[in-house]
Design a protein around this ligand. Structure first.
Ligand SMILES: [Zn+2]
Length: 226
């Protein structure tokens, strides 16, 4: 008999009191380290799913760990803005094409592609937000630096860039699509697109600073690293 069926039967024949069941929720919430308001909303459920199924992949947190883990291809300037020519052998060995559940093909590092496909589908399903535009591998340096962008290593992706700009707000002042999704999911007790990614250890650029405002950064951007 499944746990659910057992509870249903035990409640109906009086072996289990609804009150006892309700008392279990704040107890579990204290164990999980979330607010013990007795209501199993999105924060409780995601803390629970994390406790039951902790992220199995430890993603590299620093630049040097990234280089050790994913590689550090040599490159030369192309003369076209931030674009670079990457070492062909490295690209051939590491950058692969993966198919998202939407049918769209994306080029990612071989070590993160499958995770990306799985997480992207999960994030779309849970949040109800499924961005049509997904930009992944682009051989370029970070603006104003001579360091490779994580897009060049194939471990970053941008979603719906126009609707998720730097600063978290559109030119008309409205919140970005991802931030609206967070608000909607919070109200509906669902897990947002951003939260699904962050729970898996993926970094969201929206947490970064922009023009001195912390937490209003590069909304479109996610990376499989710290
Ligand atoms: Zn990006």
């Amino acid at each position: 008999m499944s746990g659910f069926k057992w509870i249903e039967a035990a409640l109906s024949d009086g072996r289990l009191m609804l009150e006892d069941l309700a008392n279990l929720v704040p107890f579990a919430q204290r164990e999980l380290g979330v607010s013990d308001d007795g209501k199993p909303g999105s924060a409780t459920l995601s803390a629970l799913s994390e406790a039951l199924d902790p992220p199995s992949v430890k993603l590299p947190r620093s630049r040097s760990e990234v280089e050790r883990y994913y590689g550090n291809p040599s490159w030369t300037k192309t003369g076209k803005g931030r674009f670079v020519d990457l070492d062909d052998a490295w690209v051939h060995k590491n950058i692969r094409s993966f198919r998202l559940h939407t049918g769209k093909r994306v080029r990612m590092h071989r070590l993160v592609g499958d995770m990306m496909v799985e997480l992207f589908e999960k994030a779309c399903d849970q949040s109800g937000y499924c961005p049509a535009s997904v930009q992944t591998y682009v051989p370029r340096v970070i603006g104003g630096t001579s360091r490779l962008s994580y897009h060049a290593i194939g471990i970053a992706f941008d979603v719906n860039p126009r609707a998720n700009p730097w600063s978290g707000r559109l030119p008309n002042g409205e919140l970005s699509e991802l931030r609206k999704n967070m608000e909607e999911c919070e109200k509906a007790g669902k897990i947002s697109f951003v939260k699904t990614m962050e729970d898996a250890g993926v970094t969201w650029g929206g947490r970064w600073s922009y023009k001195g405002k912390k937490g209003w950064g590069d909304d479109m951007h996610f990376q499989f690293a710290g």
